[in-house]
Design a protein around this ligand. Sequence first.
Ligand code: ZN
Length: 510
Amino acid sequence: MTANETKERLSRLKELLAEVSDLRNAGAVLYWDKQTQMPRGGAPARADHLTTIRRLAHERFTAPEIGELLAELEDYERSLPYDSDDASLLRVTRREYDQATRVPKDLVARMSQAGAEAYERWLVARSERRFGPFAPSLQQIVDLSRELGSALSGPGADPLDALIDLSEPGLTAAALDKLFAELRDGLVPLAGAISEKSSEGRDAPFRQRFEPERQLELARAAVGAIGFDLDDRGRQALSVHPFSTSFSPDDTRITTRTNENWLGPCLFGLLHEAGHGTYMQGIPVRFRRGPLGDGASAGLHESQSRLWENVVGRSREFWAFFLPVARAFFPAQLGSVTVEEAYVAANVVRPSLIRVEADEVTYNLHIMLRFELERAVFSGDLAVADLAEAWNDKVHSYLGITPPDDLTGVLQDIHWTERFGGSFQGYTIGNVAGVALYKKAAEANPGMEQDWARGDFSSLLGWMQTNVHAHGAKFKPEEVLRKATGDGLTAGPYLDHIREKYTGLYDLDA
Ligand code: ZN
């Protein structure tokens, strides 16, 4: 192929991918509107809009022409450096194209049918607070998920690997085994030692009546301070389940919710979503309208949200800066609270039954037990019918508490109504990677935390922009981590950080 022919094919491929990206982003706008603005009556029509636009995006992306262009451009890709934009675009598109075309259409249809049924059975089981009514549906989801895994990776391969790979390119179940083993050894004793100290009353400063509108203003002040652009390139809204989305690096949306008797969910929720938002606002504009205009993986995305929510937002230095700001909004509630009291209130550890309510220390144990159960089911060591009991045993052995019923146990997450396997690990990867990246940024910027105490977060954000955001989706998460920290996915920095922080906070024996 002549250089000119190569150029033509590449620009044709980019044109096709740009249209797919437009369709996906238009779908994202519809979804955003659905979650934040749409009246309830709009639901049936909106479901049609979304189904059609997603189908069109899928058809366009899996069109044979894209496969042909990818094949014709293989030599060109090989002639380029691995980290060049064009080689990365071809590599990432091929990976996604292979995944999307390997799954038979009828399997997609059967999964969506089974998913709808499973969701109904899950609601019934939840209302009865027992696993029984959901179990047969879950068995179906497990079987279909195994089929999906095999379709993606071929017979003989571990289906769980393929399911994990969908959201964490390159990561395997074996690598997660290793990560969770490190976390188990470090966190189970730490959570146990903390639970022997009382957590009662520690978060009293944040558990008062705070006017919701003013909470929102305060949360917007916090995310503006850390460098999320809410003026020209971002918007905030309310939604039942907080989330973030982006239609281009210059148009990123975040949501939160309020609880009038607790400051935490609104403030930390918006800091979390703004962390995702900084990633999306940090993607180079040249990646817009293509597969590289995204984060590296769900887990790396979560590294940015947890960085700003937990590492920064729950630090002593952040509260040295932010407490005076918060006092100006809520003089009656916070006028006499000290920085130390606010720091303590922001970091309460209490073993809980519910994952989404879990704190920075116990959260990973919730993820670990889900992963272990998925692994046991796929290997045949655990029958789906025994899942509720196995769940309760694990909660007891890791957290020292027992769910009173299945609603607060195995039935709490919606994830297994859609797919079994590979949906949860991103949260833990985020916790672990967020701290590892922070440690590197701190090494490169000595005294960084003292800047936070003055309300200046630019050195941390700048480091993330250069070392994480600037790559878009060019590299696998492990590759991004190696480039940025010199190390792969490992729990070491996270465990050191957590041990040091909570040994001080809870006056534990070091
Ligand atoms: Zn998140």
